[in-house]
Design a protein around this ligand. Structure first.
Ligand code: AP5
Ligand code: MG
Length: 224
């Protein structure tokens, strides 16, 4: 496993279509390598669940599989980054548009920080649909399961904390297909954006979870 000292201050982005495994890998980076896992999707779902002002503002976008407006996302992320300076962070599902990536660059530059790398996890559309319609998540601790690839020991119950497993509303097949379309139109231009900055590396997301993780750690350590 990677030496945690090698990963101090590392700022990493996980990019890829819905269901590619961004959350799964970010969770492993947090557990095994001490990263702070920051998922804008999880933040929004939490705020929706708590019925906060932000939750009300973003709910219709998230449920439909559309993107939350850039200025809302950027305000939330900028606060988070300022509060976590000096820590290794893995951004999961952010940025998602070129405007968000430019906003991130500005926030980091103001703090004299920079992004260390962007990992694109690639997966075919068919596999995305198969994985997302069989995904379940723990309501209490957030752990991600898959009924085909990594089922819980007891149906409907989290192995780690005993919490209840649920299915995300946006994991219905029609919404998954809408999210894939949004990814292609609005997020995939980031591949070019980060390639031009020489920050992008690619991983095949179709290999097993642990092999993806080994490859990810190898690439991250190599870039240090
Ligand atoms: P978000 O929560 O970010 O969803 P997403 O990007 O669509 O990605 P997912 O969480 O669905 O997939 P994942 O890549 O994390 O895959 P996972 O690890 O779970 O965003 C939700 C919504 O919030 C958006 O639609 C939007 O409305 C809004 N939003 C969020 N960020 C935003 C932003 N920046 N701007 C604007 N709007 C924003 O894995 C999937 C399944 O596959 C699991 O069941 C897992 O167990 C399984 N699996 C994972 N890896 C493997 C493997 N290697 N082999 C086999 N199975 C695997
Ligand atoms: Mg996720």
């Amino acid at each position: 496993m990677a030496d945690k000292r090698q990963l101090e201050n590392v700022l990493l982005v996980l990019l890829g279509p819905p269901g590619a495994g961004k959350g799964t890998q970010a969770e492993l980076l947090a557990r095994e390598c001490g990263f702070v896992h920051y998922s804008t999707g999880e933040v929004f779902r939490e705020q929706i669940g708590k019925r906060t002002e932000l939750g009300r503002q973003v709910e219709s976008f998230v449920v439909a599989g559309a993107l939350v407006p850039d200025e809302v996302v950027l305000a939330v992320v900028a606060d988070f980054i300022r509060e976590h300076q000096g820590q290794a962070i893995v951004f999961d599902g952010f940025p998602r548009t070129v405007a968000q990536a430019e906003g991130l660059d500005r926030v980091l530059a103001d703090l004299k920080l920079k992004l260390d790398g962007v990992v694109l996890i690639e997966l075919s559309d068919d596999e995305v649909v198969r994985r997302l319609t069989s995904r379940r998540q723990c309501r209490r601790c957030g752990k991600i399961y898959n009924l085909i690839f990594s089922p819980p020991r007891q149906a409907g119950i989290c192995d780690e904390c005993g919490g209840e497993l649920y299915q995300r509303k946006d994991d219905e097949e029609a919404i998954v297909r809408a999210r894939l379309q949004v990814y292609k139109e609005q997020t995939s231009p980031l591949i070019d954006y980060y390639q031009r900055q020489d920050k992008l590396v690619r991983i095949d997301g179709a290999i097993g979870r642990d092999r993806v993780f080994q490859e990810l750690v190898r690439l991250v350590v190599q870039r240090q």
